[in-house]
Design a protein around this ligand. Structure first.
Ligand code: PLP
Length: 375
């Protein structure tokens, strides 16, 4: 098998698994309990939270543990919209968002909120002039991905933050799920930020929402005392420990890993571009981990399944979106529905080897001639 779908799920790092197991074995108490076992768990939880906060440039009280980025995005978007409904019901987002953002927005639309999507340039970036045009006094939220999962475009967050300074009622939510370990990410200047460690060597079922101190949002989950007022449930000490290790490793190793992945990605791009029917959809300055392409006249799902028959794992749109419809992100950069229907994604890790890349190219060659000659 050749696994080239690391943006959908990245294997856990050994150190993360070890840290999880050690904490799970050693810390038997509920961090809410007032006895020595509970105190030990609580103290460890506080140490972990302080470390996560410092890695992200946040304060301890700004860290909320969740089950993944889907929960974090839902919590931030619905929570901010509800808490600010007295200020307005206008929300701005982008056509590049993951389903956990776009479906939360559709849900709010059904509740009477008005949603506008930003125009995307050919470079995959949001149009900042369009943002200025769309912003209104009653705009309560802008939800934007830092790096989108289909094209890997890096969005101009600094420019966005600058524009929002004139709109104090508008909170900024950033989905940083595909950005951690790929580009530098800091919480400063943002209102909420989501991430999911299973995208960078952490465990499935863990996630974070950073929420600026003082920002009010309505919780999704109500329940007993936890590490945050905003999400009930027994504190998950061992999962939190695994998040801290995964985050630290991703940040510490980012530059080395990006360099390795850039070399591989350039090799793949050069080789694939030589095929006359191949169109690379990812912008040239996208993160190197994500390479979106189309083979003209062949549906993305068709190419993906041909590759899968040879043991190659790639994806069409993001793993969580529904099948059979053209990619909104690829349509946004190419303005070409047929091309968007033909698109699929290779996603790389520092773990991807030269041999895997070479073998993939051989299999790609076979599939390309099988699928394009028949037409
Ligand atoms: N946001 C982005 C950009 C993603 O790529 C994903 C996963 O594909 C998610 C959110 C959802 O993450 P999770 O599966 O952890 O809920």
């Amino acid at each position: 098998m050749i696994y080239l779908d690391y943006a959908a799920n990245h294997p856990s790092e050994e150190a993360v698994l070890q840290r999880f197991c050690e904490a799970e074995r050693a810390l038997i108490g509920n961090a809410n309990s007032s006895h020595p076992a509970g105190e030990a768990s609580r103290e460890e939880m506080e140490r972990i939270t302080a470390s996560i906060a410092s890695l992200m440039g946040a304060e301890n009280a700004e860290v909320i543990y969740t089950s993944g980025a889907t929960e974090s995005n839902n919590m931030a978007i619905k929570g901010i919209a509800r808490a600010r409904r007295h200020l307005g019901r206008h929300i701005i987002s982008t056509p590049l968002e993951h389903a956990s953002v776009s479906a939360s927005l559709t849900y709010l639309q059904e509740q009477g909120y008005e949603i506008d999507l930003l125009d995307i340039g050919r470079d995959g970036r949001v149009d900042l002039e369009h943002l200025k045009d769309l912003l209104r006094e009653d705009t309560v939220l802008l939800a934007v991905t830092a790096v989108d999962s289909e094209l890997g475009t890096i969005q101009p967050l600094e420019g966005i933050k600058e524009i929002l300074k004139s709109f104090p009622n508008c909170a900024l939510h950033v989905d940083a799920t595909q950005a951690i370990g790929r580009v530098p990410v800091a919480f400063s200047g943002l209102d909420t930020l989501s991430l999911a460690p299973h995208k960078f060597g952490g465990l499935n079922g863990s996630g974070l929402l950073l929420k600026k101190r003082g920002l009010v949002l309505e919780p999704l989950l109500h329940g007993g005392v936890s590490t945050s007022l905003y999400r009930g449930g027994t504190p998950t000490v061992s999962l939190a420990a695994s998040v801290e290790t995964a985050l630290r490793l991703a940040i510490e190793n980012r530059e080395d890993h990006v360099q390795k992945v850039t070399e591989l990605s350039n090799e793949l791009k050069n080789a694939l571009s030589a095929y006359p029917k191949v169109r690379i959809n990812s912008p040239s300055d996208a993160v190197p981990h994500i390479l979106n392409l189309s083979v003209d006249g062949v549906k993305g799902t068709r190419f993906q399944s041909a590759l899968a028959d040879h043991g190659v794992c790639v994806s069409v749109k993001s793993a969580c979106s529904s099948d059979g419809t053209p990619s909104r992100a690829v349509f946004a950069v190419s303005r070409d529905r047929r091309n968007a229907l033909s698109s699929w994604r290779i996603s790389l890790s520092y773990r991807t080897t030269e041999e895997e890349a070479r073998e993939f190219l051989q299999i790609f060659d076979t599939c390309y001639y099988e699928l394009t000659d028949r037409k």
